[in-house]
Write a new protein. Structure first.
Length: 184
């Protein structure tokens, strides 16, 4: 019995050493290469400290908005869908943040992914959302930001640089702490 355990331990250690040597020899991929998506031949991977991808979106009120238009103001971009239960938990926190800061201090854009306005409008009304809702019916914005699931939230500074990325539902206090340094 002891011999079998020793052999298994030696086999595991050998595999670990072999894997470590392979990684040392081949190297790890650059994080952007590993997590990025290729869009039109350009590698896009929003990361902390990187410029956020540019986009133009149709808003739920029929206007349009581009990220470039928001330069000079910190922005929270939140990707969500009506079928997403964690999104229903998080959006009221974003609404509360929207009510706390005027739009010239902080813009909060909730980007719905892939749903028609006929689905979004009653759902948003039920949650009493007055924050800005952008539509991404063909997932182009979601793809540009390499969103892996909803909700996913990006905090972008006044220069267009991604400062925080949150995966999953985030509460008011966490979001508020993330934007505080950007408001000063």
């Amino acid at each position: 019995m002891k011999a079998a355990r020793a052999a298994a331990g030696l086999g595991a250690a050998t595999c670990f050493v072999a894997a470590a040597l392979l990684i040392l020899q081949a190297g790890l991929p650059e994080r952007a290469t590993f997590t990025g998506l290729e869009i039109g031949g350009v590698l896009t991977a929003p990361e902390l400290g990187a410029l956020a991808p540019q986009f133009r979106a149709t808003m739920s009120d029929s206007g349009t908005l581009s990220l470039a238009e928001l330069r000079g103001t910190p922005v929270i971009l939140n990707f969500w869908a009506t079928w997403c239960q964690p999104c229903a938990i998080e959006l009221p926190h974003l609404q509360r943040l929207h009510e706390r800061y005027p739009s010239d201090e902080l813009r909060i854009i909730a980007i719905n992914t892939g749903e028609p306005i006929e689905t979004i409008a009653p759902w948003a009304a039920q949650l009493q959302l007055s924050l800005e809702i952008a539509l991404d019916p063909d997932f182009q914005i979601m793809t540009a930001f390499a969103v892996r699931g909803q909700p996913q939230t990006f905090v972008i500074d006044r220069y267009g640089v991604v400062r925080d990325i949150f995966f999953g539902a985030v509460d008011f206090d966490t979001l508020n702490r993330a934007v505080q340094p950007l408001l000063k």
